[in-house]
Design a protein around this ligand. Structure first.
Ligand code: HGY
Ligand code: MN
Ligand code: MN
Length: 405
């Protein structure tokens, strides 16, 4: 009896319990909770006869070998880390569906191998830079990234060692040749498929993104004795900028801009904020539109800071170009969805995904599952079991069709 959508949702719910927080699902780069995820998924993989390894970047890798050693290989996967207070499906569902496809096809002789991968880090929460796991696969997890440190001053390399891995072996954490294709299932994380009443979609391109850390600095002072005209209020300056960013983004079709992760100091209601640090996240399918919008937003911040006698600085943590998915694999994915009775719309992904990294070296495709309420990056994130059934069936069709090419 083939495993079904309800079983896969149950597995995602079980994995969601593995967290560095006692009150919600939070699983950042190679924290101890990731060992539990590796054990849970590794046991399932081993029960299917898969060879299970953890590479030096902390990626979980399960190989289903059916062809001779030099066989071609299809990579299926997504990420296992989460944002703070996450849902149960962002990333994890793509890995669970990969293993389920192997389970469904394990007794069928395929002329290619299937590797299922659970990337160690895609969200960029712990070190401020995303895609550390998939960057390793294309040999871009370099010394600069390995030297990045988190709020406790622990570097990526040290975090790898603390997890029990050898960061000196990072060059071994690459894609195994000849991997000739990558397929990532992922929840849409937006409202489009629900609005179209479609269970599945396919991705033609993943929007590029700019991520910055910003800082406004003025002068902390007494909230009761400092007249308004003598203040250098960093929080008031940041607030003026944040509303200007929102207004600018509303005026540019297809652009989204988010100022978040704000932290002001000192944290006291009777003290004027002397320093405010925030994040800035800007995305658009066109790199030119995105970069122009970012330039304008940063200029606006400097003008506001000058007028208010504040200082302003912005440190770039990511400039990721938009990435096209492979036309052939995307059309194959659409046909696979059609085999299940789904007319999958072709979409742009506003969310970033490991596929945008892997696609730089390997033809890649993404299949989206509907997000009820368009909700994601929150505990209310969900999927419909019928949609997961259809995604599994589409994945089986995709593998069969792909292995014949
Ligand atoms: O933020 C994103 O684009 C994705 O959820 N990592
Ligand atoms: Mn995410
Ligand atoms: Mn994701």
């Amino acid at each position: 009896m083939t495993i079904c959508g309800r079983d896969l949702i149950a597995k995602c719910d079980s994995i969601a319990k593995f967290s560095e927080s006692s009150s919600d699902t939070t699983r950042t780069f190679l924290r101890p909770a990731m060992h539990q995820v590796h054990d849970f998924l590794g046991d399932w993989m081993r029960s299917l006869g898969m060879q299970v390894t953890i590479d030096a970047a902390g990626n979980l890798r399960g190989l289903h070998q059916t062809a001779p050693a030099s066989a071609r290989r299809l990579l299926i996967g997504s990420h296992l880390d989460t944002v703070p207070a996450a849902g149960a499906f962002d990333g994890v569902l793509g890995v669970v569906l990969g293993v389920a496809i192997v389970e469904a096809l394990k007794d069928i002789h395929l002329p290619l191998d299937i590797e299922v991968i659970g990337f160690s880090e895609e969200e960029g929460v712990r070190f401020g830079v995303p895609f550390l796991g998939s960057l390793a696969l294309i040999r871009k997890l370099d010394q600069t990234l390995l030297a990045l440190s988190d709020r406790q001053g622990i570097s990526v390399a040290e975090a790898i060692r603390q997890f029990g891995l050898d960061s000196n072996q990072i060059n071994g954490a690459t894609v195994h040749p000849p991997t000739i294709g990558y397929l990532e299932f992922h929840i849409e994380q937006g409202p489009v498929l629900e609005h179209l009443n479609r269970p599945l979609g396919v991705v033609e391109a993943i929007a590029g993104q700019s991520r910055y850390r910003t800082e406004f600095a003025g002068a902390a002072n007494h909230a009761g004795t400092t007249p308004m005209h003598l203040r250098r209020d960093a929080l008031a300056g940041a607030a003026e900028w944040i509303t200007s960013v929102e207004a600018q983004a509303r005026g540019i079709g297809g652009l989204v801009a988010t100022v978040s992760a704000a932290h002001s100091e000192p944290q006291a209601g009777n003290v004027i904020a002397g320093v405010v640090r925030t994040s800035l996240d800007v995305r658009h399918a066109s790199d030119e539109v995105r970069r122009h919008a970012v330039d304008e937003m940063l200029q606006q911040a400097s003008q506001i800071a000058n007028r208010r006698k504040l200082s302003f600085k912005a440190d770039l943590s990511l400039d990721q170009s938009s990435v096209m998915m492979d036309l052939f694999l995307t059309s194959l994915a659409r046909r696979a969805c059609l085999e299940t009775g789904c007319e999958a719309p072709v979409m742009i992904s506003g969310a970033g995904h490991d596929a945008m990294i892997i696609a730089q070296e390997i033809p890649s495709a993404m299949i989206f599952l509907r997000s009820p309420g368009g909700l994601s990056h929150c505990p209310e994130e969900s999927v419909l079991s019928g949609d997961v059934d259809l995604a599994l069936a589409a994945g089986i069709h995709f593998v069969r069709e792909f292995s014949n090419h």
